[in-house]
Design a protein around this ligand. Structure first.
Ligand code: 87F
Length: 501
């Protein structure tokens, strides 16, 4: 029973690896970049599915399942979006000892798998909107250093793909899905996000525009893309001949969207909330929300204590709380405290002789360590409220930390200073793609210099800064006449920049 041997502050990547393995969320696997999702983390994925799926359905989306294989011809139909991704595509070339006549790709995403059928199914405006989603795994053979949940060669996600008669309808769909994603992070994972649009440089090449929810990781000051929702315009419709006859009998290309939310969200949630004692789970995704630890010693009357513990267990279970009674005899209370703290259980209830005599239990919060004596008869009503309070406090703390590390800069010097102090930075920006490319390169050079001087032992993932998004609600609005922080041209918009995963 080993605790966490690294601190989040001193060695973030080793700390993260130990938290996810010693809490029994992840097991390592023989194929690099692939990991086993054990029950504790799979429960979180199921909670995310149970949050998002009803919302998709309420929005007129139906679930379906398309094959995971796609021919080279179909995959390269959308040439320019594939171009950048081609090295990541995994191919099946043999069955047994026999070579396949044609190599078959394993889906990295399903546009090219689904849209030939969209073309077959859509002929009239009456066939629209067509709104399908699938909960699947996808494979992308990444070469960058893998990180469980965050960057893996196989991951779970949902991918929604809709077709509409008008661009306005597609816009509404894109933003309603983005709101579900933001709600999921806030209401389920207690993680604050920034909603915005991706720059031309960062958006999905096949889209007219990409919207995103961006998160902040305090430990290394990096941004993480939390989920994306794309307005594809008619780009894929023209490629895959997805057209319909409109009310006037005119042939029109459909307006499409696609959107995805993946198991990366679980890694981001761990990075934001967990601490040096291990996992800290937001109550709504904790498989065990309350653990009861009876404190019995040889001499005293442990039967009374265990009987009372059973009562508390039953009253919480009846109140719909996910509760566990740890009545293992072969471990002492202290061992059990560490065991459940490591696994992120939001509330521990300690039940000793004195507590019984006073009709109380000792309640201990995992997120902030607060302790309180509670009346046993109040538990069934108080604990659900306490779980909600824990959720809200976790969210507020993460929001405060994020806002403390979201700075503004109007010059390159201010920008780099803020960036190197583990901040994300909002700036007036010219919104020119070339300018972003140059700022990316320049920030990389400057951080390489710093790294050489500092001799960082922590491998810096990439030193370059890029736009995380163009926030829908920037911290402060653009002031007329403001100049781009990097190139000095007329600023057109506020951009949020950061180093990222
Ligand atoms: O984000 C989403 C949301 C879900 C549906 N797909 C879109 C766009 C995926 C962009 N993408 C991302 N990696 C890839 C990797 C290999 C081949 C193709 C791709 C690729 O098209």
């Amino acid at each position: 029973q080993l605790g966490i041997e690294y601190t989040k502050e001193q060695n973030f990547s080793k700390w993260y690896q130990q938290v996810i393995t010693r809490s029994e969320m992840i097991e390592y696997y023989e194929i690099s970049g692939c990991y086993i999702l054990r029950p504790l983390s799979y429960f979180i994925w199921e909670s995310i599915q149970n949050f998002l799926d009803p919302r998709f359905k309420k929005n007129g989306v139906s679930n379906c399942y398309f094959p995971m294989f796609v021919s080279e011809a179909a995959l390269s139909k959308e040439k320019d979006h594939i171009a950048g991704f081609a090295p990541e595509v995994a191919w099946v070339t043999k069955s047994g000892k026999t070579n396949l006549p044609e190599p078959i790709a394993i889906r990295p995403t399903s546009e090219t798998i689904m849209y030939p059928s969209y073309a077959k199914w859509i002929h009239s405006h009456r066939d629209l909107p067509l709104c399908l989603n699938q909960w699947t795994n996808v494979v992308r053979w990444e070469f960058k250093h893998p990180t469980p949940f965050i960057r893996t060669r196989e991951f779970l996600w949902q991918e929604g793909h809709t077709a509409h008669a008008t661009t306005e309808e597609a816009d509404v769909m894109v933003l309603s899905i983005l709101d579900y994603y933001a709600d999921c992070y806030k209401e389920l994972l207690a993680v604050p996000v920034i909603k915005g649009r991706k720059s031309e440089e960062e958006k999905f090449a096949g889209a007219n525009y990409t919207t995103t929810v961006e998160l902040y990781v305090p430990s290394n000051g990096r941004g993480i893309q939390g989920a994306t929702s794309h307005q594809l315009g008619q780009n894929f419709a023209k490629m895959f001949d997805v057209w319909f006859e409109d009310k006037a009998g005119q042939k029109q290309f459909a307006w499409q969207t696609s959107w995805g939310f993946s198991t990366r969200s679980i890694g981001a949630m761990i990075m934001v909330h967990s601490d040096d004692k291990g996992l800290v789970l937001p109550p709504r995704v904790a498989q065990i929300q309350v653990v009861i630890v009876p404190i019995t010693y040889k001499d005293d009357d442990s039967n009374t204590i265990l009987a009372k513990a059973e009562e508390v267990y039953n009253s919480l279970k009846a109140a719909g709380v996910r509760v566990f009674l740890d009545d293992r005899e072969n471990y002492n209370p202290g061992f059990k405290y560490n065991h459940w703290e490591l696994r992120g259980v939001p509330i521990r209830l300690e039940l000793g002789k004195k507590d019984i005599e006073k009709g109380e239990v000792r309640m201990v919060r995992r997120d902030n360590g607060d302790k309180a004596q509670m009346k046993q008869e109040d538990l069934a009503s108080e604990i659900p409220h306490m779980l909600n309070k824990i959720h809200n406090d976790m969210y507020e703390r993460a929001l405060k930390t994020r806002d403390e590390h979201m700075k503004e800069a109007s010059t390159w010097e201010q920008f780099m200073e803020a960036l190197n102090a583990k901040n994300i930075v909002q700036t007036p920006w010219c919104n020119v793609q070339e300018c972003e490319k140059k700022a990316k390169d320049k920030s990389k050079e400057e951080s390489l210099k710093i790294m050489e001087q500092a001799g960082e032992e922590e491998e810096v993932l990439t030193g370059s800064a890029k736009t995380l998004c163009l926030p829908f609600q920037p911290q402060t609005p653009l002031v007329a006449g403001e100049k781009c922080f990097h190139c000095g041209e007329e600023a057109k918009i506020k951009a949020l920049w950061g180093r990222s995963y």
